[in-house]
Design a protein around this ligand. Structure first.
Ligand code: FES
Ligand SMILES: [Fe+2]
Length: 369
């Protein structure tokens, strides 16, 4: 790990009270070296959303996912357990699955055909009879931690991850009687955005831009009562909906926008859960995965209108985020300030980011001394 990242020092890592704080330096969004730093420090060390548990109904059902650039496959094994493996053959690094999802009796490498059982053990090794000092038991797939929560599946690349529940404590209680685990997966949309992933997250974490960027969304929400709450591992932006008719078919209701550090979002409206995983694909490219879930009995009309409305809002965010990435690249900009009323969520995210960078740097410094 490179320790000489630009503008990463005691001054920029210092945490000041919100009313006095500056935003993080522009280099953290625009310098290519932060891409690896973020993968290593944040994405490899946190629970990453894979998809709905309903995808893994039968033995051999699998889904592949890329986490921090690492290929991973999650599969339902013979015992009925969900297991995660690096999707990397132990022979010469070939892929076991190249599809995003499917059903497999066993995992066969797409390169020279080594086969692995669903418990990760190596089984078939063609033309290896004359290889000396080779024991198949030493060449099982490398495991990845898997957890489920509220009908969703997550993986974590850390060797001994903290339990997933710790990072989402209190969310089910806060949104009750709404119960995410009873919702049904409907579809996945993917957007590519030409900005650093932190630009997208910052933008998500404040309602400050709503009147300018999203007038239509602003009309749906009771914007005067929009609040941000922060917790140790996540933040919540909450707003009641405006009284009256809306596409969500309720005369009243609530919007909950949860952000779970570092890159997971739950957007909850009446009858609908939208899960976002924010995937940094390059220092200036981000993929945003949208999974839609609905309560049982939700009609096709609501699902269609929700899709159209969500897409309009998303495209407004994409456009502004791409402009912001250009602004951050400009010599005219380095660091800004926060509105304590409207941007506590952004500040909270940036404080968590600083804490994670700081921990990584002290580990690297200690390790290299
Ligand atoms: S790389 Fe998998 S069988 Fe050769
Ligand atoms: Fe937005």
């Amino acid at each position: 790990m490179k320790t000489q990242l630009p503008d990463l020092n005691l001054d920029t890592l210092r945490i000041q009270p919100l009313a006095r704080a500056e935003t993080i330096p522009s280099a953290w969004y625009v310098h290519p070296d932060f891409h690896e730093m973020d993968r290593e420090t944040l994405l490899s060390a946190s629970w990453q959303y894979v998809g709905p548990a309903s995808d893994f109904g039968e033995t051999g059902a699998f889904r592949s996912v890329t986490v921090a650039g690492e290929p991973v496959v999650v599969v339902r094994n013979q015992e009925g357990d969900l297991k995660g493996w690096f999707n990397v053959c132990r022979h010469r690094g070939g892929p076991l699955v190249t599809e995003s999802c499917g059903i497999a009796k066993m995992l066969q490498c797409k390169y020279h055909g080594w086969t692995y059982k669903l418990d990760g053990s190596l089984r078939g090794v063609p033309r290896f009879d004359r290889t000396e000092l080779f024991d198949k038991r030493d060449f099982g797939l490398k495991p990845v931690s898997v957890a489920t929560w509220q009908g969703m599946v997550f993986v974590n690349l850390a060797e001994e991850p903290r339990p997933l529940d710790e990072s989402v404590t209190g969310i089910p209680e806060r949104i009750a009687p709404l119960d995410l685990s009873t919702m049904t997966f409907e579809r996945r949309d993917i957007y590519d955005v030409a900005c650093n992933w932190k630009v997208y997250v910052d933008n998500y974490l404040e309602g400050y831009h709503l009147p300018i960027v999203h007038p239509e969304l602003c009309d749906l929400l009771d914007y005067r009562n929009y609040v941000t709450e922060t917790y140790p591992t996540y933040s919540l932006q909450y707003s009641p909906l405006q009284d009256g008719d809306n596409i969500y078919g309720t005369p009243s209701g609530d919007a909950f926008y949860y952000f779970v550090f570092p890159n997971l979002m739950f957007n909850i409206l009446p009858h609908r859960l939208q899960v976002n995983r924010i995937v940094p694909t390059a220092f200036d490219r981000t993929q945003v995965i949208f999974d839609y879930y609905y309560t049982a009995g939700t009609g096709p009309e609501l699902i269609r209108e929700d899709a159209e409305f969500s897409d309009r809002v998303q495209m407004e965010d994409v456009e502004i985020c791409e402009h912001v990435q250009n602004g951050l690249r400009s010599r005219a900009y380095d660091r800004g300030r926060f509105s304590p009323d409207a941007e506590p969520g952004v500040y909270h995210f940036q404080c968590m980011l600083k804490a994670a960078y700081k921990a990584k740097l002290s580990e690297t410094t200690v390790g290299s001394s």
